[in-house]
Design a protein around this ligand. Structure first.
Ligand SMILES: Nc1ncnc2c1ncn2[C@@H]1O[C@H](COP(=O)(O)OP(=O)(O)O)[C@@H](O)[C@H]1O
Ligand SMILES: [Mg+2]
Length: 289
């Protein structure tokens, strides 16, 4: 185990491992998830998962959405707002959701992030600028069902694991149907777990195929490697839209802690160890080790 701190470079250099299983999220800056993989590339040490370019782009959600748009993969309409930008002429209708442009784990995403008026929009954009020191990502709010898709593999042989649906009916009626900070970390605890994942999702074959297709295409156009998890939500026409790509998905080991990738892997018949080894094996194959 090497902590991804200031000593990491020297430790990796001295140890010179055959391969590294990367789970480092980094501390500083919008490209923080790219930093340890960049060091590993510098040192010529093979590692699991996506390269620094993909990790950086996916962490900066608006950049990833620009690429999705180029490939005509549906993603909610959006606007990136820096402090002092003029954002009052957004060309899509409210409600919108306002998020930090580069966070994860629902940081900065609360019930109040969904805005129904220009006043609320202003407040929420200010809130992001003041508290997260980064641009705000304003997105059209999609009210449809939400899914998350874990993927294992590379290129044409990448495979989807069983799809998870986020069941908002498990949340109190007083809060909005989003997988917010409240839903992930406050309402869902070990003592009082929320039964919020349905895996495999109860969907018909047609929708399943559409979701799988869009997830795999997203994985490939973002040039993800070995594994990733794609968050998807249906728009008002039932079309799967990509919310974001997680090339470094959370993998809490204890089944009591809700964690999507391990949950999908368990549903596919893999225990935690087998899931980790499956990711590692994809990297080993990719490097030809
Ligand atoms: N455009 C949107 N429309 C509806 N819900 C959204 C939208 N964007 C985000 N959400 C909700 O907020 C949650 C967290 O957003 P996400 O972009 O996945 O951030 P994180 O990186 O923190 O997981 C999503 O799982 C979803 O429930
Ligand atoms: Mg997400």
């Amino acid at each position: 185990m090497i902590e991804a701190n200031n000593d990491a470079f020297n430790k990796l250099w001295e140890l010179n491992p055959e391969i590294t299983f990367n789970i480092a999220e980094g501390f500083n800056g919008i490209s923080r998830e790219a930093q340890i993989p960049a060091i590993l590339e510098f040192l010529n040490i093979p590692y699991t998962g996506s390269d620094p370019i993909t990790l950086g782009i996916c962490h900066e959600k608006s950049r990833a959405k620009e690429i999705l748009s180029y490939y005509k993969i549906p993603t909610p309409e959006f606007l990136v707002v820096y402090p002092y930008d003029d954002y009052l002429n957004i060309d899509f209708s409210l409600p919108a959701i306002v998020k930090p442009v580069a966070e994860g784990s629902s940081k900065g995403i609360f019930n109040s992030s969904v805005v129904f008026s220009i006043d609320e929009l202003k407040n929420q954009i200010n809130y992001i600028h003041l508290n997260y020191n980064q641009p705000a990502l304003v997105e059209k709010f999609l009210s449809g069902r939400e899914f998350t898709v874990a993927i294992l593999g590379n290129g044409k042989s990448a495979k989807v694991l069983p799809i998870i649906e986020i069941k908002f009916d498990q949340l109190p009626k007083t809060i909005l149907p989003i997988y917010s900070y409240e839903a992930k970390w406050i309402l869902d605890t070990r003592e009082n777990p929320l039964d919020i994942y349905e895996c495999p999702a109860k969907i018909d074959d047609d929708l399943r195929q559409k979701i799988e297709k869009v997830a795999l295409r997203t994985f490939n156009v973002l040039r993800c490697r070995d594994w990733a998890r794609i968050d998807i939500r249906l728009d008002e026409n039932g079309i799967p839209n990509v919310l974001e790509i997680n090339p470094l998905p959370g993998i809490l080991p204890d089944p009591k802690d809700n964690s999507c990738f391990p949950k999908a892997a368990r549903t596919a018949g893999m225990n935690y160890q087998e899931m980790i080894n499956a990711v590692l094996n994809e990297a080993i194959k990719r490097y030809g080790l």
